[in-house]
Design a protein. Sequence first.
Lengths: 185, 551
Amino acid sequence: MSTPIDVATTVKVVAARAAVEPQDEITLIANKWKMKRGSLIMALHDLQSRVGYVPRESAMKLGRQMGVPLARIYEVVTFYNYFKLEAPGKYVISVCLGTACHIKGSAELLSGMERELNVHEGQSTPDKEYHLQAVRCLGCCGLAPLVSVNGKVYAKLKTTDSRTVIDRIQIDKPMVEADQELLAD
Amino acid sequence: MKPEDLDVKAAAELSKQQAFDIRLFTCSSRGCQSSEALGVIAGLKAEIKARQLEGKVQVNGSGCMGLCSKGPLVRMTAKSQKDILFSEIKPEMAVTVVEQVVLPVLEGKKVENPGGDLKRHTLDLNDPFFAMQVYSVLENNGKMDPEKLDDYIARDGYKALRKALTMSAEEICKEMLASGLRGRGGAGFPTGMKWDLTRKVAADIKYIICNGDEGDPGAFMDGSVLEGDPHAVIEGMLIAARAMNATHGVFYIRAEYPLAVERVEKALRQARAAGLVGKNVLDSGWGFDFEIRLGAGAFVCGEETALIASIEGKRGTPRPRPPFPAVKGLWDQPSCINNVETLANVPLILLKGAKWFASRGTEKSKGTKLFALTGKSKNNGLVEVPMGMTLRDVVEKLGGGTGSGLKIKAIQTGGPSGGMIPEHQFDTPVSYENLQMLGSMMGSGGMIVIDENDSVVELAQFYLDFCVDESCGKCAPCRIGGTQMLHLLNKIVDGKGTAQDIKTIRKVAKAMQKASLCALGQTAPNPTLSAIRHFEHEFTERLLPAAPPQV
């Protein structure tokens, strides 16, 4: 029994795939930045904000289109803390280790998180649900200690609050907002 | 926009504002947003709309109002009475605020000290935390919506730019020099002199760069200024551009501040649409525009030459100076890099005069300074104080002490490049020179309070670990020296150190201070050295007991 082909739907599906297909986004990113001098870091920001990290294949394609050797991209990505080379988990938990948070016991909060999730700082859980990382100051020092999850801030925590935060994540389900600017420009 | 249109716009906006009996300002900065400030704004708007009071009550966002630990803050200004500042307002409390305060005030009653549910959510504006501050850079916060250009224009916005357009580059530099304004990023170089140096270099292309990298962990002044008053920084940069005949402006903002980036982007779009930025600034025939570049999490990029490398899309490593950026900066063109807070001071100086600015402060440190007061302080947040105020006043009166009953042991200023100042030196007035004399530095304005239970050894370890992590690795003194120093410090923290280790730390520190390429390495030993200087016993207490003498 053959399934009738719905042409209109197929076209829609193909178009929709093309719209989210990362390779095409890379062309968009490259086109947006390649005429501007020294814009590699900006292009990488765009890439990471779409994909969550800088995948090797994407970096290669971006490099080809922008005329930047892969080695230079790698050099930059590894220098700056902000860029990731591996896919993070669904929920990126950033424990602030700025001074104000440090004074208020953020190290203890971080080790509590490590215990709860059974991963080390900088790692993702095997199911890719969580990625735990330490960051240097999110600039909300008045609310220390704090944790940011995909940009949503959980503030004025207690050092023993790691379980509470994880439970809250499952209730709030904070998601990264897609970068709307990219397509608009 | 023509120059005179500024007055027309300002007058129109003012009369619009005066039509409201009440204006509500909810802090929409990063800190308060994380405590649901946007929900509060939405809640207030819905309540006002439901009661058809939109013509009488205006609901706005606002820049940071200082007391971040009590956010979200909501400020109510009313024609008929004194302002009220509410704290820790939750979205579901919007209805209470409207019913218990807004409605009675609209009916002509005075509600200056709300009772009931709101009593513990009302802050006393006469409290030293507010009363002792001198608002200048932060003057607009809590009084206008940072996302509205007309609000800024109604508060004399872009009038300093208009004045600058009638002055020569040299005159602007002279005015800056006369004001005594010094770089607020930490080093304290006179801004007028920096501009003048760049002005004197002839070139077709020159850059004015705003350093919004603010990498000091524990400091958030610059982010707050960019979020709370982005147009002031843009205006400051336009004036700076005129003062040195710069042709391009670049904002370099750390990527960890997405809201600041968003606000600057929006402000630039508004300014372009209004003809304040772009091909024909205020109809003067002069064209000027900006680009925004993001940092990517590298503390060293606060250093000028590293910042330039980063804008060029490279690893942010510093290079030896000279040549200074004023001669050879971004893309080898003369460039001037100013800190956010410095630039935010510029329009005020031009509009109110160098004398007005210089009337505050000490002999060599003029004006006001923003501090991010955090740590074990009772009041946590952003404060603006006149230079010359004693550290004790800042920490004990504004900060309210620890609030926990514990004694304050010290403060750390200048972040990872600064040092610890023990309590017995708190009577020192704040100035660049004084803080340096105490073995610390002004830095960008982080001020961390530590109490008697905190270990200075561990704090020193924290900062050194940060600097080692952030060292770019280009020069050996910083890369190797920092690592070795940290090894020794770790040993001491673990209780395995010896007296010799403290001596070696001092020696390594000296080498780093003298031989490092940039300020990161030169200043990285400061927290440790100051901790040893003031609290040596805390180090010696952790040392291994001395071996018994050999018989």
